[in-house]
Ligand binder design. Structure first.
Ligand code: PBG
Length: 324
């Protein structure tokens, strides 16, 4: 049937009818809220390039987690800012490191919040790279041991899900083995499987104080032009035991999210990264776009592309909109 008999506008007439035929719906429980924890007491430091996002000491972090929970958000992703950085990122796998202490406190004081921990060395190393340096580059196999120790220390502290974001080859398998050998078969792995070497991580590196001190991350993170390679990365991670696979960034890589959704059955996460957030906030502040509408449109696009979970700094703002 064609025009004039068929008129698509009939089902767009008002919001009630549009909602009746909507294909995709967002909900607060799609979101994971990334948070930054730092040492100290009663600390709350604004991340300049990410309005609304703070680095906080554990006490203030817990206050914000309570607020996050009230908004219907079920999970947080934790990044740690250590008090000390060195060549081997030792605080990353110290049982009294910032993340390990934060997770223990959260689990003691807040009920029913899923705690996901980012597993990567870049926040803990003095050189800012995501692993152990040998001959001017990150040594893959040497780094695996550290990632396994770090994951185990997070699981021992009580993390529900560990999320390796380093992009070393073989890390999911090594982490799975380490967790299982130590009785943590119930700790899930959300793997940053298709993580691109993206300039959209800029503001995050200010927040996490983790820019590489030399070179860049292109020898381990993926090259932006590739999508078939992303499918191979996802397949490897699933073979090695990943429970959830992730594509990162989100909006500039929606084709990758869609390709992964079509090829695999595992839950797919998409990470709307710091630069994606900052751009919307900045243009909104200048009055060049309607911040709230653009935010909701980006999120629905990510879901429509096929993401089951969305990691986003907008989680709280969007949950508020959804509850109106
Ligand atoms: C750590 C890590 C990064 C992000 C998440 N985990 C930074 C990087 O790889 O440089 C980026 C998150 C964001 O930009 O919001 N490796």
């Amino acid at each position: 049937m064609y025009f004039p008999a068929y008129r698509p506008r009939r089902l767009r007439k008002n919001s009630a009818i549009r909602e009746l035929v909507t294909e995709t719906k967002l909900s607060a429980d799609d979101f994971v809220y990334p948070m930054f924890v730092m040492p100290g007491k009663n600390k709350r430091v604004a991340v300049k390039s990410m309005p609304g996002i703070y680095k906080q000491s554990i006490d203030n972090l817990i206050k914000e987690i309570r607020e996050v929970k009230k908004l219907g958000i079920k999970a947080i992703l934790l990044f740690g800012i250590p008090s000390h950085k060195d060549e081997r990122g030792t605080e990353g796998y110290d049982k009294d490191g910032i993340i390990q202490r934060a997770v223990r406190e959260i689990k003691k004081r807040v009920k029913d919040i899923i705690v996901i921990t980012d597993v990567c060395m870049c926040e803990y190393t003095s050189h800012g790279h995501c692993g152990i340096i040998k001959d001017g580059d990150v040594d893959n196999d040497e780094t695996l041991k550290y990632l396994a120790h770090m994951s185990l220390s997070h699981a021992e502290a009580g993390a529900d899900i560990v999320a390796p974001s380093d992009m070393m080859d073989g890390r999911v398998g090594v982490i799975r083995d380490e967790l299982d050998e130590n009785g943590h078969h119930d700790t899930a792995i959300m793997s940053y499987s298709a993580k691109y070497a993206s300039a959209f991580y800029g503001p995050f590196r200010e927040a996490a104080e983790s820019p590489p001190q030399f070179g860049d991350r292109r020898s381990y993170q993926m090259d932006p032009p590739n999508v078939r390679e992303a499918l191979r990365e996802i397949e490897l991670d699933i073979e090695e035991g990943a429970d959830i696979v992730m594509v990162k960034p989100a909006l500039p890589y929606l084709d990758v999210v869609r390709a992964v959704r079509e090829e695999f059955d595992h839950p797919v996460a998409a990470y709307q990264v710091s630069g994606e957030y900052s751009m919307v906030k900045a243009a909104g502040k200048l009055g060049w776009i309607d911040q709230e509408l653009v935010m909701m449109e980006t999120l629905i696009s990510i879901k429509r592309a096929g993401a089951d979970l969305i990691l986003t700094y907008f989680a709280k703002d969007a949950a508020k909109v959804l509850s109106r």
